[in-house]
Design a protein around this ligand. Sequence first.
Ligand code: PSU
Ligand code: MN
Length: 318
Amino acid sequence: MPQHSPLVPVLSEEVREALDRHRPVVALESTILAHGLPRPRNLLVGTELEELVRSEGAVPATVAVLDGVPHVGLDKAGLERIAGAPGAGDGPVRKLGHRDLAPAVAGGATGATTVSATAFLAARAGLRVFATGGLGGVHRGWTESQDESADLALLARTRITVVCAGVKSILDVPATLQRLETLGVTVLGYGTDRFPGFYLTSSGEPVDWTVREPAEVAAVMAAQDALAGPEAALLVGNPVPETEQLDPELHDRVLAGALAEARESGISGQAVTPFLLERLVAHTGGASLEANLAAVRGNVRLAARIAAAWTARAGRGA
Ligand code: PSU
Ligand code: MN
């Protein structure tokens, strides 16, 4: 029997209520928890990020697929499951890009959503603001591997504002920026004219537009809608504070080693990003983890403020 009604993600009660009342909501991705951070720290971080959103007066909506059901907003048990906490449920937590959603739904799988799958499900649920660490993008050595994250193409056709510390510095950052330009994705620097460098405050690459207030971002979002062009995302590049960045010299040295290791061990596909992030944590004595978390915290806080500016605009009928 054909099914005509689209599959809408299950919203947590808190998220549903906030959307009904036009209160600010921030989507959070779960791949960073399941595959980007070491256990058991990942569960603490997941909880901390949700609290951070709440402390800014917005509602958190962590996105994941549980037993084949897409969720926007997880309860405690759901978050524990995604973080792989002991006793939180059996079976693997898969990494789900947006192309993996259909087989995950059909097969009843449990998985964490990447930026692409999170943006897709959050936009489908009516959310407009999303915070993450660093986006996926064009990998170094693209000419041989053609490894480019599905994040970019999905963001080219999804109307959502993504607050990030740039793209992961394990990537080819200039090539990723070129690709974003080709795809027509707007990029703003938040308080900077340089594209952030994930673990580093700056990637050294310029951005064309700088904003300094959440209300300015909300104004760009409104203009995007008013222009009624292709339904692309808006990227807000929010740099990690210089005092909390990874030492750039250490970063470059350790990354070169990790890239060589990945090549030698033949790591490919979905495993590349988690492998490199893990190697960086191991070889910087955890310093890259702290820089990553500092970036994510800053992004989550800013996303909550942008979500508040956005709902305030709507409330004024702007
Ligand atoms: N940001 C982080 N850590 C992460 C990621 C982002 O600070 O682990 C995840 C995001 O979910 C992003 C994914 O979508 O890495 C990119 O993976 P890939 O390169 O395989 O597309
Ligand atoms: Mn990839």
